[in-house]
Design a protein around this ligand. Structure first.
Ligand code: SF4
Ligand code: SF4
Length: 349
């Protein structure tokens, strides 16, 4: 790699961004986009709208993933009004957005949601946001105690799904260019090529992160093992421990279930169609005409785990878990999906 300044760039190039110059990247993107990145609030790292680079916080894992900017926790998808006739207006978002410093597991979660929301039908709300989303990935050079992305082949190094990809080398980042939109941004900023020594350091840091990851999930034959053990004695045991709080679902970057309700105002002339996240871990989820087909918490827990680690492969050809570890971190009952899978497998990891 020659140490040239500002040349014609292409997808696949790797350039260097000094940390003190991060504001140049943010300013180049802010022209046309809302930018959402990791910031610290009340002691936790969360994704939030930022106006400048100094607001960004370096992080290992965030409480919630940036999924919320593609599949909104609550959104009005249709508004209706009765006047001379009935007027209905769909709410399709139109502003471009940047998801900044997204970890490899969370980018893989977005790639998974791309399949989900274009499988049986094409979801206009998700797709409208997705098409207008620029992703700046951030490779992992440190891991959290609950991370197990290397078991799911979703990290700590990202290989797809980004426009630009940062790797933290201390006082600078390598920036891998992953799309034509990414080319345009690095050309606009004018960044120098990375050196071979930078590329070597990047690989070394990712290797160290991989070696640090102690949590594992043995995925060998796991979908079949789970299917063959739906009556396993461990399900009622873990169901007994589970509080049914749905924290695991709310923090999961791949969970996508939602409910849709129509809310009419007091005048009976205005209606809003609202969709909001739902959870297979709560009792009402499986309430249908004639009853509830998952009355016990154990069956809801089993559905959560088996969907992620078994049924999802039949549906989308991918595990529905990217190994981010959030459901473990935020479970008040300390239930660990890797241990649940291990118990069903028969104890060995
Ligand atoms: S199931 Fe748990 S570890 Fe897997 S993606 Fe969801 S929150 Fe992350
Ligand atoms: S976060 Fe834990 S206790 Fe709450 S529903 Fe999920 S598994 Fe159960």
């Amino acid at each position: 790699m020659a140490n040239q300044l500002v040349g014609k760039r292409k997808v696949g190039d790797t350039v260097l961004l000094k940390k003190k110059d991060m504001h140049r990247l943010v300013e180049a993107l802010a022209d046309e986009h809302n930018i959402f990145g990791p910031v610290r609030k009340d002691g936790q790292v969360v994704f939030s709208r930022i106006a400048q680079a100094t607001e960004l916080d370096y992080y290992v894992n965030s409480m919630m993933s940036p999924k919320k900017y593609l599949h909104r926790p609550r959104e009005i998808i249709l508004s209706g009004h009765i006047g001379d006739g009935f007027l209905a207006e769909e709410s399709i978002p139109d502003r471009k957005q940047v998801l900044m410093a997204v970890k490899p597991c969370d980018v893989h979660a977005i790639l998974y949601l791309d399949k989900v929301f274009n499988h049986d039908f094409q979801d206009p709300y998700y797709n409208a946001r997705r098409e207008k989303t620029f992703i700046v990935g951030l490779n992992c050079t440190e891991v959290g105690e609950n991370c197990f992305c290397s078991s799911m082949d979703t990290g700590p190094e990202l290989k797809e799904g980004y426009d630009l990809l940062l790797t933290n080398l201390g006082d600078r980042y390598t920036v891998d260019v992953g799309s034509e939109a990414g080319v345009e941004i690095v050309e606009r900023i004018g960044l120098e090529d990375a050196q071979i020594s930078d590329a070597m350091l990047k690989l070394r840091k990712i290797r160290v992160a991989r070696e640090q990851m102690s949590k594992r999930l043995n995925t060998k034959d796991l979908p079949q093992i789970l299917r063959a053990n739906l009556g396993h004695i461990y399900w009622p045991q873990v169901g007994e421990e589970c509080l049914g709080c749905a924290n695991c679902v709310m923090v999961c970057p791949t969970c996508y279930c939602y409910n849709v309700v129509d809310q009419v105002d007091m005048s009976l002339k205005n209606v809003e169609r609202i969709r909001s996240w739902d959870s297979c871990q709560v009792l009402d989820f499986a309430a249908v005409s004639g009853g509830n087909f998952r009355k016990e918490q154990a069956t809801r827990m089993k559905q959560f785990v088996c969907h992620k680690l078994s049924y999802s492969l039949d549906q989308y050809g991918l595990f529905g878990c990217v190994g981010c570890g959030r459901c473990i971190t935020w479970c008040p009952a300390e239930i660990d999906i890797t241990k649940v899978a291990q118990e069903i497998r028969g104890g060995e990891s």
